[in-house]
Design a protein around this ligand. Sequence first.
Ligand code: NAP
Length: 278
Amino acid sequence: MSNDITVALGATGTTGRRVTARLRLRGTPVRAASRSGRTPFDWFHPAGWDQVLRGVTTACVVPPPVPGPVHDVVARAEAAGVRRLVLLSGHGADDWGDSAFGPDMRSAEDAVRGSALERTILRASNFAQDFGGQPFRAPPAAGEPALPAGAVPEPFIDLEDVADGAAAVLSEPGQHAGRVYELTGPCGLTWAEAVEPISRASGLPIVHRRISPAGYTAALVREGWGEDEAQYLTEMFVLLERGTAAWTSDEVATVLGCAPRTFEGFVLRATAAEAWRC
Ligand SMILES: NC(=O)c1ccc[n+]([C@@H]2O[C@H](COP(=O)([O-])OP(=O)(O)OC[C@H]3O[C@@H](n4cnc5c(N)ncnc54)[C@H](OP(=O)(O)O)[C@@H]3O)[C@@H](O)[C@H]2O)c1
């Protein structure tokens, strides 16, 4: 157990709260920072940053959804004496090319890489847990998750593996310096293949339906999404359909010493937790 303070930026989100819980269980002092967190933090209100970073040795960063602010926070962290940064990013970011998806994560990676601090980047593929909610537009219980995705497999990762990986890296100073880990599930599944076990385990008649990117954006907007937000999520699917991020890696095992959790395991846990209810 260490008395060094870790700050989790984005500690109240789906990833951050899992990482924070793991660190606290290990006895690591954690400052849980976000707009609604116990430690108030806003990427767009620099006046509060010094207070958040005071006495911190390690920062775990879930980046904001726009490019830019991580550069300024990293500079402030260096000045405050922070020694290590661990960043959450997206799988295969080196190959995103001219995609309009991911400038937030790429900007955050640039900020972290450009710093003099010890740093580790965790690039996760899409979370299996995203099937339970908003990011994939329709909860499967609505009947038809209609997505602009077809035959390209996605190596869905269990979010618990991402959190385990982040907690391990955060707890092992020096061991992951300069590393970029591509964290994926054990195998790729098309969206239809992913929905199928959800349907079987839940007993709900769910079938994946492919729609066009434009149709998807329009559907999101009809559901109340902002144009920009809808377009951004659509761009992710357009990128995935290129297939450049469809590959699996064995880096969950590199970090954790065990195989990644299976998609079926996620389906069983989510079904037991009644995650498919609307
Ligand atoms: N979903 C996926 O499949 C996936 C896969 C790979 C990578 N990623 C990346 O992972 C990141 C998202 O992680 P997540 O799913 O944990 O996100 P999330 O659940 O949306 O949580 C976002 C966190 O950021 C905080 N936040 C939002 N706006 C803020 C602001 N202006 N100032 C300070 N804090 C703010 C939120 O708390 P408050 O609202 O309290 O501020 C919350 O704690 C993104 O960079 C995403 O691209 C996602």
